[in-house]
Design a protein around this ligand. Structure first.
Ligand code: YRO
Length: 308
């Protein structure tokens, strides 16, 4: 049996990786991911300058998932560029570099530096980055998304994909897919957390920033994540791979993401809950399901969700 999968011109020994933001900010966390049995890993979304992020509590583990308003804490672009360049010197370009500039200009500046570096892995551009004040995040501003991708692909020639927020309206799926299909995008990652949710414990919010509002991950978001994976799998060009993210707690959840069309599956909330041992458990559970169904490879069931 093989769990091998591929994205762009890169192949991975298995379909699992962390979701950006989960245990991937510091060198120690990134080294743990490198040594874990995941197919690859991704760095924390970065900005040019290091950021402390929001005041704590800013991440809370919930029975059915998590809520966060981290505020993009990261060690700054130079740290992550140096990190991926050291991996490159080790002969490894099969990792993902997440970029989340606070403006289009900041994204362009970081991508120019990556373009001019020896890094030849994949960039995941986080479209949940703030946009123009008073406008929705980039991923919810379709015109702005077109403008961002036009600027980016005017000079960026290495493998690049986008991390999308969840969509809930069929016309929004179609509008975003129509835009993405115009660009040489290699993958889309569906989904980022469901934004601006509110969790209450007794009579109080549970995180400090933004009056308690934060992004939801975990079991709460799985049906939305699967719908986004499925719809983009159907609407996007066949050479654009889908990376599934959202609500992966066990091997069955990984299996469902792949059935919907995911080539790779990210683990966020459950990585925070279980730490790095989550990957070996998920791989064992996925292999068990594949054995029962007599599937020998990811391609035996990828995208093959049965519709009635
Ligand atoms: O708060 C974060 O750092 C964060 N949390 C998420 O669940 N998804 C994200 O993409 C980010 C980083 C980007 C942003 C939401 C802070 C603009």
């Amino acid at each position: 049996m093989s769990l091998e999968t591929s994205i762009s011109d890169k192949s991975f020994t298995n379909c699992l990786m962390n979701a950006s933001g989960a245990k991937c900010m510091t060198l120690e966390e990134l080294t743990n991911l490198k040594n874990a049995p995941c197919g690859t890993w991704i760095t924390k979304s970065c900005t040019i300058n290091p950021r402390e992020g929001n005041p704590s509590p800013r991440y809370v583990d919930l029975a059915l998932g998590s809520i966060n308003s981290m505020g993009l804490p990261n060690l700054g672009f130079d740290f992550y560029l140096n990190y991926v360049l050291e991996e490159h010197l080790d002969g490894n370009d099969d990792l993902f570099f997440s970029v989340a500039g606070l403006t289009l200009e900041e994204n362009v500046e970081m991508l120019h530096k990556i373009q001019n570096s020896d890094f030849s892995g994949c960039v995941e551009l986080n479209l949940s980055c703030p946009n123009i004040p008073g406008k929705p995040q980039t991923g919810y501003d379709f015109e702005r998304t077109h403008e961002v991708l036009t600027q980016v692909f005017s000079f960026y020639k290495k493998p690049l994909g986008v991390k999308l927020p969840p969509y809930f309206d069929m016309v929004h799926f179609e509008m975003m897919a129509e835009i993405l299909n115009q660009f040489p995008i290699k993958f889309v990652t569906c989904i980022n957390s469901i934004g601006n949710a509110l969790f209450i414990d007794d009579e109080a919010v549970v995180i400090k920033p933004k009056g308690g509002f934060g992004g939801i991950g975990g079991a709460y978001v799985k049906p939305t994540a699967l719908a986004n994976v499925r719809m983009f799998y159907k609407l996007l060009r066949k050479d654009i791979a889908i990376i599934g993210c959202g609500g992966v707690e066990n091997g069955r959840d990984v299996f469902e993401h792949i059935l919907c069309g995911a080539s790779m599956v990210q683990v966020g909330t459950q990585l925070m809950k279980d730490d790095i041992s989550v990957f070996s458990r998920l791989l064992n559970e996925l292999e068990e399901i594949m054995k029962l169904k007599n599937y020998h490879s990811i391609n035996d069931f990828k995208g093959k969700l049965i519709e009635l």
